[in-house]
Design a protein around this ligand. Structure first.
Ligand code: PEP
Ligand code: MG
Length: 764
């Protein structure tokens, strides 16, 4: 270890084996033995000499024999390790501020490798994968701590119960288990009892699940360290709710114990039960970190990174074992599969921390890094072949296995109830279809904060009518096409109103530049010409005339509705008619109509006049009425600074922080990737402003707009519907800025709900 960590004798390339392991293997081969423990004292002396020679040969330095030199070498290596890339990533993942330094503690050592009456292990006071209140962990007789986590020897379970479960999962008979893999509880009952009592004491004292490391030196138990244990999202929720029920912590603490982002793991699908029946299990390892993952196989961390960056695809990272060098690749992978290592191996611990599905210690896998393939039984799996992992059972399947939605009842439901109890902000969803709306509603959304009507335009055949409208020569032609769209849009809105059952639904009028909808290929343009019975050249000319140099700042948003009022008329009619129809059927409806991209109050006044006139017309025709609000997006900086004028017309504000960020920073939403990595690296900006709200710039505009808007209209409802609405730190900002709600994509609704509660509790 000193040769590796301090002196830097490492594998020459990623494909090579550890040089020390190579020397050990060579000697074992020479002696004809298979276990390290079969080597004699003389063998070990020979090995030490060959280790020293290898270090000298590769590093040019003698192995130090003076203990002071050794100690300084070790201290230096600890400080050095704090500066390297993986330490930087580690600090990022664990939210350790960059400015924190480190200290080195030098202490006397106890030895778990002093014979068969010595051992070492790692334990958790509760199950870090599922949260079950069950003391568990792994140990090795006659070993040092590194041996347990390195995954070189397969550790044994600490408790009898854990040992039996492990044996059942591994198909090990009870007789074999008891003779070869006995638990600490059986092997050293007195020490076990002491360990059990200590872990219980520690958990009660710290009021959180503990991750403890211990060594038994010649029958005496030594505690090495304890800390709050890392856990999966599922375990985080269960432990918090269990500890609340046990009276160990109160409601507020329970809410604060769950990191909002971690909920993400619970919300995503698990394997579909039906698909599982036909899925072919190819091997089984340990259920190291739960969930379902499917993807193409890669063998090296950088390939997982590459696949995600270049193809947007998440891989299954397959390794003999993982090391801290693999962190980034693990983060980018869908799941991790290792051939070696137990439940506390590097892969298992890190994957749980990341909430990644992981199967560890699948010992039947023969991984050949050079040939980039796995052999398992009669199967060969090559790089790029798909496999699927079940991190909750340890099963590995050939191919892609279908998934199904997660179960959101029980502890999750209780946590969400508590989040609601302690939140001030309401949470809505951005949804454009009844399916998304239903999903959002199930996650507890209290309304739809943004329905992007244009998303409905692409479904099925309707794009043809949309194109007909865009390609028309004049208003009369546009009206013909719009008349075809009216019943379709009405149907869309009806679906949303029904699902939301009286909760507010904010429908935004058409926003994107028209050029986004027109046919671009010659084939499509010819089809369109035929459909509309006009010359092909005319279609081409019209498409060309719509092209803009800077479409995001071009003919879009309310500029469309103000130049083509008939579009606003059609959309308003569809919204109001749908609302009346749904209400007539006995379902309550709460309508909000939202105008995009307003920068000048007059733009909104024109749109509001059209909306009100159209609604009044429908009311007369139907001899019926319904309340509705007309509001605006605040997504142009000018709208924010003139919010006092805009609020004279707008009955609500919704901050479109995607465009507001784009226009405030002058960073293109679509092209930021070219310079963002450099800006982050140089520290010019701290985070991607399209993910985490830029509080000092965009945030100040939001504060100003809320202040000025409410100066005009005292109880002006304000929300946010940009992507930031589902990001915890941005939700916190929204709370402090006094918004009424945040709106985000359906799968982020629970994260936003919990973030909203955190913000309120932190303020309190
Ligand atoms: C926004 O700009 O933040 C917004 C929600 O609108 P879109 O993303 O559709 O431009
Ligand atoms: Mg926008």
């Amino acid at each position: 270890m000193y040769g590796d960590v301090v002196m830097g004798l490492k594998p020459a390339s990623k494909e090579e084996e550890d040089p020390f392991e190579v020397l050990i293997d060579e000697l074992k081969h020479k002696r004809g033995v298979s276990n390290d423990t079969d080597l004699t004292t003389d063998d070990l002396k020979e090995l030490v000499a060959s280790f020293k020679a290898a270090i000298k040969a590769q590093t040019g330095e003698e192995f130090p024999v003076n203990p002071w030199d050794q100690l300084w070498g070790a201290v230096g290596a600890v400080f050095g390790s704090w500066m390297n890339d993986r330490a930087i990533l580690y600090r990022k993942l664990n939210n350790i501020p960059a400015e924190w330094g480190t200290a080195v503690t030098v202490q006397a050592m106890v030895f778990g490798n002093m014979g068969t009456n010595s051992a070492t292990g790692v334990a958790f006071s509760r199950d870090a994968a599922t949260g079950e209140n069950l003391f568990n962990g792994e140990y090795l007789i006659n070993a040092q701590g590194e041996d347990v986590v390195a995954g070189i020897r397969t550790p044994q379970q600490i408790t009898l119960e854990g040992s039996r479960r492990w044996a059942a999962a591994q198909n090990v008979s009870e007789a074999d288990r008891a003779s070869k893999f006995a638990s600490l509880e059986e092997v050293m009952p007195t020490v076990y009892k002491e360990l059990f009592d200590i872990q219980h004491h520690l958990e009660t004292y710290f009021k959180d699940m503990q991750d403890i490391e211990f060594t038994i030196q010649d029958g005496k138990l030594w505690m090495l360290q304890c800390r709050n244990g890392k856990r999966t999202g599922a375990a985080m929720v269960k432990i918090a709710m269990d500890m609340l029920a046990e009276g160990l912590i109160d409601e507020k603490t329970a809410v604060l114990r769950v990191e909002p982002e971690k909920l993400d793991e619970l919300l995503h699908p698990v394997f579909d039960k039906a698909a599982m029946k036909s899925a072919q299990v190819v091997t089984k390892g340990l259920p190291a970190s739960p969930g379902a993952a499917t993807g193409p196989v890669v063998f090296f961390a950088e390939d997982a990174e590459k696949l995600l960056n270049e193809k947007g695809q998440r891989a299954i990272l397959v390794r003999i074992e993982t090391s801290p060098e693999d962190l980034k690749g693990m983060l980018d992978a869908a799941g991790i599969l290792t051939a070696r290592g137990g439940m506390t191996s590097h892969a298992a611990v890190v994957a749980r921390g990341m909430g990644k599905c992981c199967v560890s210690g699948a010992g039947d896998l023969q991984i050949d890094y050079k040939a980039r393939k796995i052999t398992v039984g009669s199967h060969t799996i090559k790089e790029g072949d798909w496999i699927s992992l079940n991190g909750s059972t340890g099963e590995v399947y050939l191919g892609q296995v279908a998934t199904q939605a997660a179960d959101l009842s029980g502890d999750f439901g209780k946590l969400m109830d508590l989040a609601k109890k302690y939140s001030v902000l309401k949470v809505r969803a951005n949804a454009d279809s009844p399916k998304d709306a239903r999903q959002a509603f199930e996650f507890g959304a209290e309304g739809i904060g943004l329905c992007r009507t244009e998303h409905m335009f692409f479904e099925g055949d309707r794009i043809k009518s949309v194109r007909e409208m865009i390609l028309a020569d004049d208003e009369a032609g546009r009206r013909v096409a719009l008349a075809k769209l009216l019943p379709i849009q009405r149907g869309d809105f009806e679906g949303l109103f029904r699902v939301m059952n009286g909760h507010p639904v904010t429908v935004r009028l058409l926003d994107p530049p028209l050029h986004e909808f027109v046919p671009h290929s010659e084939k499509e343009q010819r089809e369109m010409a035929q459909e509309m019975n006009i010359p092909f050249e005319k279609v081409v000319a019209r498409v060309e005339s719509l092209a803009e140099f800077n479409p995001m700042l071009g003919h879009r948003g309310c500029r469309l509705g103000n130049t083509y009022p008939e579009i606003t008329e059609m959309q308003t009619r569809a919204i109001i008619e749908a609302a009346l129809d749904v209400r007539k059927s006995g379902v309550p409806v709460h309508v909000e109509i939202m105008v995009p991209l307003v920068g000048n109050h007059k733009e909104l006044r024109y749109q509001k006049a059209i909306i009100d006139e159209t609604a009044a017309m429908v009311f007369t025709e139907r001899n019926d009425k319904i309340d509705y609000l007309v509001g605006t997006m605040i997504e142009v900086p000018r709208a924010a600074v003139t919010a006092n004028q805009i609020a004279e017309v707008a009955e609500f504000f919704s901050f479109g922080t995607n465009d507001l960020t784009q226009m405030t920073l002058g960073f293109s939403r679509d092209d930021i990737g070219k310079f963002l990595p450099v800006y982050l690296e140089k520290g010019i900006i701290k985070a991607d402003p399209f993910q985490i709200l830029d509080r000092n710039g965009v945030g100040q505009l939001i504060r100003e707009a809320v202040f000025k808007g409410r100066g005009t209209r005292e109880n002006l409802k304000c929300g946010i519907c940009g992507e930031h609405g589902g990001e915890p730190s941005s939700v916190e900002f929204c709370h402090f800025a006094g918004l009424n709600y945040v709106s985000c994509s359906p799968f982020r609704v629970p994260i936003a709900r919990l973030s909203a509660a955190h913000a309120a509790l932190k303020e309190a």
